[in-house]
Design a protein around this ligand. Structure first.
Ligand code: ZN
Length: 294
């Protein structure tokens, strides 16, 4: 069987453990390690398949969702985004290493997504910003769908390198990730990013190297920039006052994207900073702490 044909079959099997039929001996198992070992809801975790030639191809999945691997530190790694509304608990995972005509090496197991407690925030906003007329509601829905379409696009090249950096200067921590929001007494979608309370006009910089995937002015996020860092990883910058980049442009880590504002639904100037692994909304603080270097 050709490597390609094997790959096609394996891609459908790894998650359900059919690979046991391979009769793999201990020496044929792939060496795969989770970082962190016990990822939490909202984390950016990664799976490291070690001791591989760069030419090897790795396929895998977690909980039935396919992973995108890239060469890393003498092996291959894949990011795993655990959406902030994911149900905690065990998920099956599996990987298959494909090297030419060699029999595929496999590894599989179960990873537990640990629960995480999120704060509850009660906000009072002007009614016009909350109770939308049907036109505005339609607009907001179409804009949300446009963002989702961007996040579903996986650029096969890894554009980011090294550590992710804060999008604003100073040391004020970003807050509010995952907060269950109660606006004017009614529960709303949880807060998908972190907010930095910094003055109007503060420069906003790219958290890492990437490509500008979207520049727009949307109802809730206001003036926004979305950066594509490759392999399904995106960072989001909302409520901007000004934007200094355009769609398609390549940006370097630390490059100015625009300035902090209060556009869209904002009670005052602040930067809303979000991160996505595909459609999973993950904690930007976890991204800033990602111990996956060059
Ligand atoms: Zn926010």
């Amino acid at each position: 069987m050709s490597g390609v044909a094997r790959a096609g079959i394996l891609a459908g099997c790894v998650a359900v453990g059919v690979l046991a039929g391979d009769g793999a001996r201990a020496g044929e198992r792939a060496d795969a390690v989770w970082h962190p070992k016990d990822p939490r809801v909202g984390d950016v975790a990664w799976l490291h398949v070690r001791n591989l030639p760069e030419a090897a191809r790795v396929e895998g999945s977690v909980g039935g969702s396919p992973l995108t691997f890239f060469p890393y530190a003498g092996g291959h790694a894949a990011l795993v985004g655990i959406d902030l509304e994911t149900k905690p608990g065990a998920r099956p995972w599996g990987v298959a290493v494909l090297e030419g005509d060699r029999k595929p090496r496999t590894a599989r197991g179960t990873v537990r997504f640990a629960p995480r407690r999120f704060p509850v925030e009660r906000l009072t906003l002007p009614r016009a910003m909350v109770d939308l007329d049907s036109d505005t509601e339609r607009r907001a829905l179409a804009e949300a769908q446009r963002l989702t379409a961007v996040f579903r696009t996986v650029t096969v090249e890894r554009l980011w390198r090294g550590r992710f950096t804060r999008p604003v200067g100073g040391t004020v921590p970003g807050t509010g990730f995952g907060a269950r929001r109660i606006i004017n007494g009614a529960p709303r979608s949880p807060h998908g990013g972190i907010d930095y309370s910094v003055p109007l006009g503060t420069p906003v910089v790219a958290a890492n190297t990437g490509r500008v995937a979207l520049v727009a002015e949307f109802f809730f996020p206001g003036r926004l920039v979305v950066l594509d860092h490759g392999l399904g990883l995106y960072t989001l910058y909302f409520h901007l006052d000004s934007v200094a980049v355009s769609e398609g442009e390549r940006v370097e880590r630390g490059q100015t994207l625009g300035s902090v504002g209060a556009s869209g639904r904002a009670t005052g100037p602040h930067l809303h900073f979000g991160s996505q692994v595909g459609t999973a909304r993950v904690d930007p603080a976890a991204l800033l702490g990602l111990a996956l270097g060059d």
